[in-house]
Design a protein around this ligand. Sequence first.
Ligand code: ASP
Length: 299
Amino acid sequence: MSTPLLISTWSFSLPIIEAEFPRLADTGNALDVVEACAISAESNESIDSVGYGGLPDRNGRCTFDAAVMKSPSESGAVCGIERHRHPVSVARLVMEQTEHSMLVGSLADDFADKQGITSENILAESAKAKWEAWKKTNMPPVPPPPLDIGTGELFGSHDTIGTIGIDAGGTMAGSCSTSGMAWKVPGRVGDSPIIGHGLYVDPQRGAATGTGHGELISGICGSFLIVELMGRGASPEDAIHDTLARLAQCWPLKKEHQVAFIATTPKGKYAAGALRPGFKSAVCDGSQQAILDPEIVLH
Ligand code: ASP
């Protein structure tokens, strides 16, 4: 038996993981629970960078990306789907019903249709209105980094939900879901659905998930690197620190850049870190249900 743990990016995820934690701590399995957490965020129209309510690309077209992972041989992902509101569930079907690990675009939507998932409009009126307002103001396409003040409200729009769970049986699983960067170039895919970039889970070494500017995370295979460093003996805190430092060395950082990670060992020792202030994570581990400041803020 192990101590159950559910951790997630951003303070808006606390009520989500609080609702799902009892199931994880009881007989629930980690994969079901991390999928349910992503579904909950995807259903919440007020979260404007995950699922329904997510902001569209610069042409006003909305696309979703998501991944799930249990181990290096058990992962699934979808990129750029446009007709299904729960990309995390389509990603899980890719993992469980195919020999593959990623499907993209309209063919991923066709796959979801064949799996019996109802096709729906994914662009919420609220997101469309924000896009119309953005077009009028002629604001720069790359939004400023978000500021999480710890109340569930985010100022700015970069808020992928990445969740990692360890159930009472000691099984670890992760999910990651996003509508991607607001006002992105059509066709752009960030780190979130790419295994090793926005999410990585290895039962022998640990798990990590990221949020923020996907290009920066992808450039160093961020989540894989954190898990690899933990596998070589680093604490989650040191692994996140070294990964953020590597990222900062490799990229000419701009003021709008933000990246954050959460990570845990297989035994549930966890940490969070960010490039800049403004990130918070949420945790439920039996002893606490809380919004936490990151242990590491690099700059
Ligand atoms: N990481 C996501 C992406 O680059 C965005 C985010 O975290 O909001 O698509």
